[in-house]
Design a binder for this molecule. Structure first.
Ligand SMILES: Cc1cc2nc3c(=O)[nH]c(=O)nc-3n(C[C@H](O)[C@H](O)[C@H](O)COP(=O)(O)O)c2cc1C
Length: 323
C-alpha cells in the first residue's frame, strides 16, 4: 500500500504530477490518473502571461477600441476569458478524474491571487498551490524584507482562502528554516520544496539571450532532500519534494527524509507517463524488500528529529569529501 495523506487529501500514490505542460489539458490529466498519479496540480494561471497576451491584443485592436471607447470593457472581459478557461478545465478535471485536483496560482497583485484562488475553490479545487517565486534582484531590498514579504503574502492568503493551502517556493531566502516555521505557524497545510526557476543562458555566437534547459536532471534533488530532512520532523505541515525526482529511488529518498508526497514533471516529459507507474512499482518493491507495509512505517525515518541533530543534512558529505 503506497497511499498517503497530503494537505488532508487522501492520495493512492505519493507521486503527484507537478504543475506544467502535462497538466494543462484534460487528455493529459487523464493520462496522469491512468498512469497511477496520486494527484495532479494544474498548470499555473499566470497573471503576467494574461497581461502580456491581453496587451498584445489591445495593441492589435487599438484603433477600433479607441474609436468605440471600449478599452476598459475589452480589458476586463479579456482577463475573464483566461480565468474562465482555467475554471472550465478545473471543472472538467473534477468531473472526469477521481484523484485530487490542485489548482495553481501565480499572480502579481494580492487581490488577483485571492480572487483567482477563491474562484478555483468555488469550482471544486481540492487544494490551492501558491506558485510564489519573486526573484530578489533589487539591491536596495535586504534579505529580511524578502522573507517578510513572503510571509505576509502567505498570511493574507491563509486568512482568505478557505481550502487546503500549500506554497511552492525556491530556496533563496535569508533564513529558510525560520520562514518554513512561520508558514507552519500561520496554518499552511503544506509546502513544496523547491520550484525550479527558469534559467537564462546566452548564445555566444549571436550575442543573444536564450533560455537554459527547461527540464531538470536527475542529480538536482539534493537541496529539496536536505531541507525536507532538516525541517519535516520539526514542523506539522506537510512537505512535498520537487525538482530532480526522476526515479523510484529518489521518491523513496524524499519519503525517508520526511516528504508526504513528491511532485514530478521533467521525468514524465522525458520518459512518458509510464514513468509514474515505474516510480510506484519501485516504491512498492523497495517497501516489500525492507518489510514495510505502509508509507507511515518509514516516512521521515531519516528526518533530523530521528537523527537528533542536523549534522547529516548539513556538512557531513562535504567533510567526508575533503578528508
Ligand atoms: C515547461 C515547464 C512548464 C512549467 N510550468 C509551471 C507552472 O505553470 N507552474 C509551476 O508551479 N511550475 C511549473 N513548472 C515547474 C514544474 O512544476 C516543476 O516545479 C519543475 O520542473 C521541477 O520539477 P521536475 O524536476 O520534476 O521537473 C514548469 C516546468 C516546465 C518544464
Amino acid at each position: 500500500m503506497i497511499d498517503t495523506e497530503y494537505l488532508g487529501l487522501k492520495l493512492k500514490s505519493p507521486v503527484i504530477v507537478s504543475s506544467g505542460p502535462l497538466t494543462q489539458n484534460l487528455v493529459s490529466l487523464k493520462k496522469c490518473e491512468d498512469a497511477g498519479a496520486g494527484a495532479v496540480v494544474l498548470k499555473s494561471i499566470f497573471e503576467e502571461q494574461i497581461d502580456s497576451d491581453v496587451n498584445a491584443e489591445l495593441d492589435a485592436n487599438k484603433e477600433y477600441l479607441d474609436s468605440t471607447g471600449s478599452e476598459g470593457f475589452f480589458l476586463s472581459s479579456s482577463r475573464d476569458y483566461y480565468i474562465d478557461r482555467y475554471m472550465k478545465l478545473l471543472t472538467e478535471a473534477k468531473k472526469e478524474l477521481s484523484i485530487p485536483v490542485i489548482a495553481s496560482v501565480s499572480a502579481k497583485s494580492m487581490a488577483s491571487w485571492i480572487d483567482y484562488a477563491e474562484r478555483f475553490v468555488a469550482c471544486g479545487a481540492d487544494a490551492i498551490e501558491l506558485n510564489y517565486y519573486p526573484i530578489s534582484s533589487d539591491k536596495k531590498v535586504p534579505g529580511s524584507d524578502v522573507d517578510r514579504r513572503a510571509l505576509e503574502f502567505a498570511k493574507i492568503a491563509r486568512e482568505r482562502i478557505k481550502a487546503p493551502l500549500s506554497i511552492k517556493i525556491g530556496y533563496k531566502y535569508s533564513s529558510l528554516a525560520s520562514l518554513l516555521a512561520s508558514f507552519d505557524e500561520i496554518g499552511l497545510e503544506g509546502v513544496v520544496l523547491f520550484n525550479r526557476f527558469f534559467r537564462p543562458d546566452i548564445d555566444i555566437e549571436k550575442l543573444e539571450f536564450t533560455s537554459g534547459a527547461p527540464t531538470s536532471s536527475s542529480d538536482e534533488y539534493g537541496e529539496a532532500l536536505r531541507w525536507i530532512g532538516l525541517m519535516s520532523g520539526e514542523l506539522d505541515m506537510d512537505f512535498c519534494g520537487n525538482t530532480g525526482i526522476h526515479s523510484g529511488e529518489s521518491v523513496v529518498k524524499m519519503l525517508l527524509a520526511g516528504a508526504k508526497a513528491v511532485e514530478v514533471c521533467s521525468a514524465i516529459i522525458k520518459d512518458g507517463f509510464s514513468a509514474i507507474g515505474r516510480m510506484n512499482a519501485y516504491v512498492e518493491e523497495w517497501m516489500a524488500h525492507h518489510g514495510y507495509s505502509s508509507l507511515k512505517d518509514f516516512v521521515g525515518l531519516l528526518a533530523q528529529e530521528n537523527r537528533k541533530d542536523g549534522y547529516n543534512w548539513e556538512r557531513t558529505q562535504f567533510l567526508k569529501t575533503i578528508s
